[in-house]
Design a protein around this ligand. Structure first.
Ligand SMILES: Cc1cc2nc3c(=O)[nH]c(=O)nc-3n(C[C@H](O)[C@H](O)[C@H](O)COP(=O)(O)OP(=O)(O)OC[C@H]3O[C@@H](n4cnc5c(N)ncnc54)[C@H](O)[C@@H]3O)c2cc1C
Length: 418
């Protein structure tokens, strides 16, 4: 089955193809084919070019630096970019554009939109996400990092953990407890906090790959202006959930393309290693093929809702659960195909910290082993698989809810825990 797009959308596709033909070299194979430093330089230059042509945050209104595209044009844009193996933005844009930017557009005041959105597009502000804490991961509503008003400023004290890209960001969106005497989901506010101040300390955490892409973040009397609360004081839970649905939902257009490219590369690896005729390997490759095809159909379903003007809701969990569980399996197959080579990985390591390697990446053992390792994280970040299943069971299928546990204010619950 191939979806048909409207004539206007196809006309826009031709425009994007012409843009790519104009700006990419003739022998372009995808950003993954570039050596590390060249890929970094390309990514930065490409981002600046996209901003100049209003193709970053392409669906945002023009007054905030966006392109004012329709949802379908935006889908066509990312499809063409991913097919060509060029990024739709820089790594930070996941936090800046996709998460906090889209959320400010939906919940923010006019002043917040005017202040923050253009600076995200210009790249002056690099964002990271301050949600998780040592005692608040899946049970995010238990968070204890607190913010108190002192005159015209919020004063923030507490700790966040697993702050991806915190080492390079200059802003962090923080979920903070602003009323400890309300029920746990009701006393939370969503704050926009500058990181370049003495009260914010970022300590790197070393990952299994050897990189340090995420961090612990400590707040000691850190401050932000009173107006930097999004969606109203003590109303942060709804804002936080909007942001999570953007984090889980926007991959529907791109992942079927990147996972297809990855599987094609794996099939090639099986040929190179002489195991493409092994019946057990073939069976596992066929299983992967069927999964990627189903992912494509799931993506189309999500996109159909999206182009009809629906925001991603709890059913975004279907896609998140599906791709992250699949990615563990396909990368385990890659390691089995590599055999002993996986023990001594060589060549280029993946350039993409938490996803498939980039389109055009060489079939090096280091690329596959690195991707195998980061695929373990996919079923944890943006909500674990168990949590996605709970959401689907309770909010999509309408099954009975988990037992509610002890009732009371957040402060009373801490006393019960202690
Ligand atoms: C690579 C990576 C990047 C991340 N980046 C960020 C970031 O930038 N900012 C940020 O704030 N956070 C980030 N996180 C944190 C992530 O959101 C949390 O790890 C995740 O929400 C799980 O929380 P936890 O680690 O505390 O595990 P826990 O919540 O302690 O869960 C432990 C286990 O118990 C299971 N479990 C928990 N509750 C239930 C339940 N009710 N029913 C069934 N099973 C349950 C879980 O599924 C899991 O298997 C990142 C995590 C990773 C791995």
């Amino acid at each position: 089955m191939e979806p048909t797009y409207s004539a206007e959308a196809e006309a826009y596709r031709e425009k994007i193809q012409a843009f790519l033909a104009e700006h990419l070299p003739l022998d372009w194979k995808g950003i993954g084919a570039l050596p590390g430093p060249e890929a970094v330089a390309f990514r930065n230059e490409w981002r600046a070019l996209l901003a100049e042509h209003r193709l970053l945050a392409a669906s945002w209104p023009a007054e905030y630096g966006g392109g004012g595209l329709t949802p379908l044009e935006q889908v066509v844009l990312v499809e063409e970019f991913y097919k060509a193996g060029v990024p739709a933005g820089a790594d930070h844009d996941v936090f800046g554009i996709q998460m906090v930017g889209n959320t400010i557009l939906q919940w923010g005041t006019d002043e917040q939109k005017a202040q923050f959105l253009p600076r995200i597009i210009s790249g002056e502000d690099l964002w990271c996400q301050g949600y998780s804490e040592p005692n608040a991961g899946s049970d995010l509503g238990n968070l204890g990092c607190r913010a108190e008003l002192d005159g015209d400023e919020w004063v923030i004290n507490g700790q966040k953990i697993w702050t991806s890209a915190g080492q390079t960001a200059n802003w962090i969106f923080v979920l903070a407890r602003t009323d400890a005497d309300a029920p746990k989901h009701k006393g939370i506010s969503f704050l926009l906090v500058p990181m370049d101040q003495p009260g914010v300390e970022v300590r790197p955490i070393k990952m299994i790959t050897g990189d340090s892409e995420f961090n612990e973040t400590f707040f000691t009397d850190a401050r932000c202006p009173k107006e930097n609360v999004v969606g109203g004081v003590n109303n942060g839970w709804g804002v936080a959930m909007t942001l999570l649905s953007y984090e889980r939902g926007e991959a529907a257009a791109t992942f079927p393309i990147t996972f297809r490219a990855e599987l094609d590369r794996l099939t090639e690896l099986a040929r190179e290693k002489g195991v493409a005729d092994d019946p057990l390997i073939r069976q596992r490759l066929a299983w992967c093929h069927s999964k990627v095809e189903i992912m494509r159909y799931l993506g189309m379903r999500t996109l159909t809702k999206f182009v009809n003007g629906d925001h991603p809701g709890p059913d975004a969990s279907i896609f998140k659960l599906y791709w992250s569980e699949y990615h563990r399996k396909v990368t385990e197959l890659a390691v089995d195909i590599l055999g002993p080579d996986a023990m001594i990985p060589s060549g280029r390591w993946p350039s993409n910290a938490f996803q498939t390697d980039d389109v055009g990446a060489p079939n090096d053992s280091a690329s596959w082993v690195g991707t195998f390792l980061v695929a373990r994280a996919g079923t944890i970040y943006a909500g674990t698989s168990q949590v996605q299943r709970n959401i689907l069971g309770e909010m999509v299928l309408g099954l009975p809810k988990e037992p509610a546990g002890v009732k009371g204010t957040w402060r009373e619950l801490q006393q019960v825990r202690a």
